[in-house]
Design a protein around this ligand. Structure first.
Ligand SMILES: *Cc1c(COP(=O)(O)O)cnc(C)c1O
Length: 365
């Protein structure tokens, strides 16, 4: 069986260093908000090119806390892509604001900048962009609309650690960005973790308090904060993996390029790299489309290839958002009905990829 993602193999590449990092934390006697988180924050900010990084408990909290720190809540509207993982939208709901869905571009699957303006009202406070599947969103026209209407631009960078837009890393393309270090992400911990990057010093200071009960000084509470901290152990592990992120992303690019060159089947729509900028994509997922994807998924399974669907049900058709179930977002629905994710990772071999390509090329629909 070719697994969709062999996390054990990915992490065992760094077994000795991870064990040493864990031992360092164990022996330090300090487990929450200590040197490891502080150092990781410095290293991750430097990597993204931002002034600040703030470690938090997970990606959903990262996004929610940014919105709360900007004072976005009850009665406010936030523009989000209709085609995203539900966490983007849950973050907006969690701060009490209303998510306003915008259709994606059918080729890049990312937010279509041309469809934002018509959704802006006097209540709109921010645009939350998602760099879906690892590809940077088309930021220039998005930032332009945001500037025109004085809106914050928040990046959901949970799938795109290291991707660049016109030479600049994601996390540094708007006002603030949320990252996830869930184990399966391009930069993954051995548990939950997240971070916020920003160049806004006021926001960074407020976020450091918000993640820690709203407190800068022990037992003095400025805000009604939460407990959402990246822990020392995960920070120490992430410090081992961060220096390898670029080489791992490059390996993903090579696998993706091999798929793109060799999959030749008129029944299959391949992903695109916008403007041919290979650095703009870190291939968190390699997502193809076909009209009969359940059949293709079953065929691949019969040949020993595990695939997944990202995602089977669009957010507006989820029970959690029953108030939207009657709405229609045809591009989003088409994408959700047709997508299938092929295995991609820094450790998958060319032999495995060739086997997958053979099955896909012989598929008759
Ligand atoms: C994973 C993910 C999140 C949430 O991250 P968690 O750490 O699991 O909370 C948010 N947005 C997107 C696009 C994601 O893929």
């Amino acid at each position: 069986m070719i697994p969709f993602l062999d996390l054990k193999k990915i992490n065992l590449q760094y077994k000795k260093e991870i064990e040493a990092a864990m031992a360092r934390v164990l022996e330090s006697g300090w487990y929450i908000l200590g040197k490891e988180v502080e150092k990781f924050e410095e290293e991750f900010a430097a990597y993204c090119g931002t002034k600040y990084a703030i470690g938090v408990a997970n990606g959903l909290d990262a996004l929610t806390l940014i919105l709360k720190a900007y004072g976005i809540g009850e009665g406010d509207e936030v523009i989000v892509p209709a085609n995203t993982y539900i966490a983007t939208i849950l973050a907006v709901s969690a701060c009490g604001a209303n998510p306003v869905l915008v259709e994606p571009d059918i080729n890049s699957y990312n937010l279509d900048p041309n469809k934002i303006e018509e959704k802006i009202t006097s209540k709109t406070k921010a645009i939350m962009v998602v760099h879906l599947y690892g590809q940077a969103a088309n930021m220039d026209p998005i930032n332009e609309v945001a500037k025109k209407y004085n809106l914050k631009v928040i990046e959901d960078a949970a799938q795109a650690h290291g991707a660049k837009y016109k030479g600049k890393r994601v996390g540094n393309l708007g006002d603030a960005a949320g990252f996830s270090f869930y184990p399966g992400k391009n930069l993954g911990a051995l548990g939950d973790g997240g971070a916020i990057t920003t160049n806004d010093s006021e926001l960074a200071t407020k976020l450091r308090a918000l993640r820690n009960y709203g407190s800068h000084i022990k037992y003095e509470n400025l805000y009604k904060g939460v407990n959402s901290r990246l822990d020392e152990l995960q920070a120490a592990i992430l410090r081992v993996k961060l220096p390898h992120l670029d080489e791992e992303n490059e390996q993903r690019r090579k696998i993706a390029e091999y798929y793109l060159e060799n999959i030749k089947n008129p029944k299959i729509t391949l992903p695109i790299v916008e403007n041919g900028d290979r650095e703009s994509h870190v291939w968190h997922l390699f997502v193809i489309r076909t009209e009969s994807r359940e059949h293709l998924q079953k065929t691949l399974e019969e040949y020993g290839v595990q695939t997944l669907i990202h995602y089977p049900i669009p957010p507006h058709k989820q029970e959690a958002y029953s108030e939207w179930n009657h709405l229609s977002y045809p591009i989003t629905e088409k994408i959700h009905n047709e997508v299938l994710s092929l295995p991609i990772s820094p450790i998958i071999t060319i032999e495995e990829v060739e086997k997958i390509i053979d099955v896909v090329n012989q598929y008759k629909g």
